[in-house]
Design a protein around this ligand. Structure first.
Ligand code: TXA
Ligand code: MG
Length: 313
C-alpha cells in the first residue's frame, strides 16, 4: 500500500511531535483502543473550533474529553458521585465514557453548551499521548461527520489527507466507547463495554432500546445529542437481513450485491464492522446478516441499524 505523508508510525519521535502539535492548538489523529480519534486541546477554545470545522460536526453535538489520570480529571469535571468513582475503579482506563458535571473553565463548545462533560480515560497509547501532552484532549472519532468511524490510520487519512495521523495499527475493539449518564444511570450509546456487564454493577440500568420507547411518552430521559444524526454512511447502500434465509435468497437474486462477512465471533464482527462499511470491493449493494443482541452484539446491531438503508425481516 502507498505510504501517505501525513501518516506516522508510532515511536518516541512521532509521539513527541504529536504532543507538541496538540499543545500548540493543532489537531492530531491517534489510535485509541476503540476507534481512531481526532484530538484537540480541550482547554483551548480555538483548537476545539478547528476540530468541529474539520469534521463538519454540528455545534450542538458535544465531544468526549480524554484524560490520562484523575488529577487531570479535576481540570474538566466537578463533583464526582459515588457511582462514578466506583465505575472508574472498575473500567478505567478503558472504553467507558461517563457524563460528569462540567467545570466552568472548560470551553462550552466542548460540551455544546451542556452542563455535563463526557469523559473517559483511554487505554494504552492514547493514554500515553494525553499524559505526554499534559492537557485533556477533546476527541471525537476521526471521521468526517456522517462517515463510519475509522479503525485504521488509512481510514483517517482517506477522510483527512492533511491531518497528522499517528499509526498504531488496527484498533482493538473496533467500536466506540459506551456512553453512560449517571443521573439517572442510563446508557446513552452502546459500545465496547456491553450494557449487561454494567447492569451487574448498576441494577435496573436503562439501556437505549427501553429509553427510546419511554421518550415518546414524555418525561424523556437524557439523550446523547450525537445519536439523532445520520451515522456510519457506508460506501454503498447497506441492507441488513434479520434472517440468514432472506439474505441467501436476496443474494441469489442479486448476484452483483456484495455479502459482507464480518467474522465468526461477536468480538471479531465488532472489530471488522467499520472497515467493511468502507469497503471498495465491487458490488452494487452491501448485504449483511444481523447478530444476536447480546453482549457486544447490541452495539453491533445499533451501528448496523443506523448504517442500513433497509432492514429485511
Ligand atoms: O470510543 C470513543 O468514544 C471514541 C474515541 C475517539 O474515544 N470517540 C467517539 O466520539 O466516539 P464521538 O464524538 O464520535 O461520539 C461521542 C458521543 C456522541 O454521541 C455525543 O453526542 C456524546 O458522545 N456526548 C458527548 N458529550 C456528551 C454530553 N455532555 N451529553 C450527552 N452526550 C454526549
Ligand atoms: Mg463519531
Amino acid at each position: 500500500m502507498k505510504r501517505r505523508k501525513n501518516v506516522h508510525p508510532v515511536n518516541a519521535r512521532s509521539l513527541g511531535a504529536a504532543a507538541a502539535r496538540l499543545r500548540r492548538g493543532a489537531l492530531v489523529a491517534f489510535p485509541t483502543e476503540t476507534v481512531y480519534g481526532l484530538g484537540a486541546n480541550a482547554l483551548d477554545a480555538k483548537a476545539v473550533a478547528k476540530l468541529f470545522a474539520k469534521k463538519g460536526r454540528p455545534p450542538d453535538n458535544p465531544v468526549i474529553v480524554h484524560i490520562s489520570d484523575l488529577k487531570m480529571l479535576r481540570r474538566v469535571a466537578g463533583r464526582l458521585p459515588a457511582l462514578a468513582t466506583k465505575l472508574m475503579a472498575a473500567f478505567w482506563p478503558g472504553p467507558l465514557t461517563l457524563l460528569l458535571s462540567k467545570k466552568s473553565s472548560l470551553p462550552s463548545s466542548v460540551t455544546a453548551g451542556l452542563d455535563t462533560v463526557a469523559v473517559r480515560m483511554p487505554q494504552g497509547l492514547a493514554r500515553d499521548l494525553v499524559r505526554l501532552t499534559g492537557v485533556p484532549i477533546a476527541a471525537p472519532s476521526a471521521n468526517l461527520s456522517g462517515r463510519p468511524s475509522p479503525t485504521t490510520a488509512a481510514h483517517v487519512s482517506d477522510d483527512f489527507p492533511d491531518v497528522y495521523v499517528l499509526d498504531g495499527g488496527p484498533t482493538a475493539h473496533g467500536l466506540e466507547s459506551t456512553v453512560l449518564a449517571l443521573d439517572p444511570p442510563c446508557v446513552l450509546r452502546e459500545g465496547a463495554i456491553p450494557g449487561d456487564l454494567l447492569r451487574k454493577m448498576i441494577p435496573g440500568l436503562r439501556l437505549p432500546g427501553a429509553s427510546r420507547k419511554r421518550a415518546s411518552g414524555g418525561g424523556s430521559p437524557a439523550v446523547s445529542p450525537g445519536t439523532k444524526y445520520t451515522h456510519y454512511a457506508p460506501s454503498r447502500p447497506l441492507i441488513l437481513f434479520l434472517r440468514r434465509s432472506s439474505l441467501l435468497s436476496y443474494s441469489r437474486a442479486h448476484p452483483k450485491a456484495l455479502v459482507l462477512s464480518l467474522g465468526s465471533t461477536p468480538e471479531e464482527i465488532a472489530k471488522n464492522l467499520f472497515a467493511a462499511l468502507r469497503t471498495r470491493r465491487k458490488g452494487t449493494e452491501l448485504l449483511v446478516l444481523a447478530v444476536p443482541r447480546r453482549g457486544i452484539g447490541r452495539a453491533v446491531m445499533d451501528r448496523l441499524t443506523r448504517a442500513a438503508t433497509r432492514i429485511v425481516p
